[in-house]
Ligand binder design. Structure first.
Ligand SMILES: [Zn+2]
Length: 450
C-alpha cells in the first residue's frame, strides 16, 4: 500500500499549495523569448521583425508576435538584429607557433604561443570558431585536451599538413608533411577536424632540391582528397608559383583561399579593374575567405574589389596573439559595412556560407530544432574609422557591435545586461550573502549563463 499512501500525501501537499496561490501559472513553453528584434537568417530567407523562442537549448520557434506569457524569460531586443551565432572559420587557439615548453630557457624558440583563449570569440557574437592549422597530427590531441574540450564556444579545426603545426618555423620541413598521418588524424576526429591547412611555406628563400615551389600545396591537396575534406590555403605567390595557377588549377572546388585581400595578391589589374581570374576561379567553385589577420588585409585591394561587386564568400578574423587587441569578428564585418555592403549580405557570409564551406550545414541557421546559437547585434551610426594591415585608415559611417551571445541556449555574453533585471528590482535571493566562498553566488535570476 506504500505507493497509495505516497500518492495521498503528495495530493494533500499539492492541494495546500494550490489553496495558498491565487492562480497556478502554467509551465512556460519556452525558456527564453527574444522579443521584437530584426531577424536576419539567410539560411531560411528571413529578413524581418520576428520573435525567437528557445527551449531546452534549441531554437523552438521563429514567428511574429509570440506571446510573452509562453516564456520563462523575455528579453526585449527591439531595434537590434537577431542572427544565427556567427561562425569565424579562421581563428587560432592553443600553442601554435611555440613549443609547449616555450617559457623554459632551453626552449628551441622563445616565440609566445600564437593562440588566444577560444572564448574571446563570444565578445563578437561568434558561437563557432575554426582553428586554422595551429596544430598538426602530432599536436592536435594536446590542443583538443587543453583548449577545445574546455571551451564554451564551439571549436572546430583545420589540421595543418605539417605534423608539428605552426610550431616555430617547422612549416618549412617537407618531411614533416605526412599526407597519410594527416588524413588518418582527420578520419579519427571528424567531429572536430573539418579540413586541411597549409601556410607560410617557403616565401622568400631560394628553391632547392627539397623545397620545390608547390610541395606544401600539393601535399595538402593530397591529404584533402584522401580525407574527403576541403583545404584552406595561406599562400605567397612567386614567379615559379603564380596565384593564377593556385586558384585556376591546383585548388579543387570547395577549397578555400584565405587572406584574399592581402597585399601579395593581384586582385586588381594595372588599370584598376578586378582581375578576371577571380571570377573564373569562383565559377569553378573556389571559395574566397577574408582571414583579416595581422598582415592580410589591405583596403587598396578590398575596397576596389567590393566596389566592382567582388565580395568574399566568407568573412573571418585570423585572430591570434598578434592582433586580438585591435580586431574581432564584428570589427571585420564593420569594415565591409563601412564599404557599403548591406548587413544581410555580411550575415550570410558569417553564418550560412562558412557553415557550408566546412560541410556543417546544421550550423549558422535559426532553423527550429537546431542548437540555439544566437547573436544579438547592434548597428551604430556615426563617424567611425577603420584600419588595415598597411597602417592606412578608412572612414565610414557605421559600426556593428555584439550586444548578446547565446550558445546552446545559454547566455554567455551580455555585458550591458539586456537580459538582466535592474538591480533594485532583483528578487530576494540576489540580496542574500552566501555562507562560504564556494557557495552558489547570489544571483538575480537562474537563467543559465555559464
Ligand atoms: Zn592564420
Amino acid at each position: 500500500m506504500q505507493p497509495c499512501l505516497h500518492f495521498s500525501v503528495l495530493s494533500l501537499a499539492m492541494l495546500t499549495a494550490a489553496q495558498s496561490l491565487p492562480a497556478q501559472a502554467p509551465a512556460a513553453r519556452y525558456d527564453l523569448l527574444l522579443k521584437g528584434g530584426h531577424v536576419l537568417d539567410p539560411a531560411n530567407g528571413v529578413d524581418a521583425v520576428m520573435d525567437v523562442a528557445v527551449a531546452s537549448g534549441r531554437i523552438a520557434a521563429v514567428a511574429k508576435d509570440i506571446p510573452e506569457v509562453q516564456a520563462a524569460k523575455v528579453v526585449n531586443v527591439k531595434g537590434l538584429y537577431v542572427t544565427p551565432g556567427l561562425i569565424d572559420i579562421h581563428f587560432h587557439v592553443g600553442h601554435g607557433g611555440a613549443p609547449l615548453n616555450w617559457f623554459a630557457p632551453d626552449a628551441r624558440s622563445q616565440l609566445a604561443p600564437l593562440g588566444i583563449p577560444a572564448d574571446l570569440a563570444l565578445q563578437a557574437g561568434v558561437t563557432t570558431i575554426v582553428d586554422a592549422g595551429s596544430a598538426g597530427a602530432d599536436t592536435f590531441l594536446q590542443e583538443k585536451e587543453e583548449v577545445i574540450d574546455h571551451a564554451k564556444v564551439r571549436v572546430l579545426a583545420f589540421l595543418n599538413i605539417v605534423a608539428d603545426g605552426m610550431n616555430g618555423g617547422l612549416e618549412q620541413s617537407i618531411d614533416q608533411m605526412d599526407v597519410k598521418r594527416c588524413a588518418e588524424t582527420i578520419a579519427k576526429h571528424r567531429d572536430i577536424l573539418v579540413g586541411v591547412k597549409t601556410a607560410h611555406y617557403w616565401t622568400y628563400q631560394p628553391w632547392d632540391a627539397e623545397h620545390t615551389p608547390w610541395a606544401a600545396v600539393d601535399r595538402a591537396e593530397e591529404c584533402g582528397q584522401m580525407a574527403g575534406v576541403p583545404v584552406m590555403f595561406d599562400f605567397w605567390p612567386r614567379p615559379e608559383r603564380p596565384y593564377s595557377e593556385l586558384i585556376l588549377k591546383k585548388m579543387r572546388p570547395g577549397d578555400i583561399h584565405t587572406h584574399v585581400f592581402a597585399q601579395q595578391f593581384p586582385i586588381l589589374l594595372p588599370d584598376g579593374k578586378l582581375n578576371p581570374i577571380l571570377t573564373e576561379a569562383r565559377a569553378r567553385g573556389v571559395i574566397f575567405d577574408v582571414g583579416h589577420g595581422e598582415a592580410s588585409f589591405w583596403f587598396r585591394n578590398a575596397v576596389p574589389a567590393v566596389e566592382q561587386g567582388f565580395l568574399p564568400d566568407s568573412i573571418s578574423t585570423d585572430l591570434h596573439h598578434g592582433n586580438f587587441t585591435v580586431l574581432n569578428m564584428t570589427e571585420v564585418l564593420s569594415k565591409f559595412l563601412a564599404m557599403g555592403v548591406p548587413l544581410a549580405e555580411l550575415i550570410r557570409r558569417s553564418t550560412v556560407n562558412p557553415a557550408r564551406e566546412i560541410h556543417r550545414p546544421e550550423l549558422g541557421t535559426l532553423s527550429v530544432g537546431r542548437e540555439a546559437d544566437i547573436a544579438v547585434l547592434e548597428e551604430l551610426q556615426g563617424p567611425f574609422s577603420y584600419i588595415d594591415c598597411g597602417y592606412a585608415r578608412m572612414d565610414g559611417q557605421a559600426k556593428l557591435v555584439a550586444r548578446m551571445t547565446i550558445r546552446g541556449g545559454r547566455i554567455l555574453y551580455d555585458p550591458s545586461g539586456l537580459s538582466m533585471v535592474e538591480w533594485r528590482k532583483a528578487p530576494a535571493q540576489y540580496f542574500t550573502t552566501p555562507a562560504l566562498g564556494n557557495s552558489p553566488r547570489a544571483r538575480a535570476d537562474n537563467y543559465p549563463r555559464e
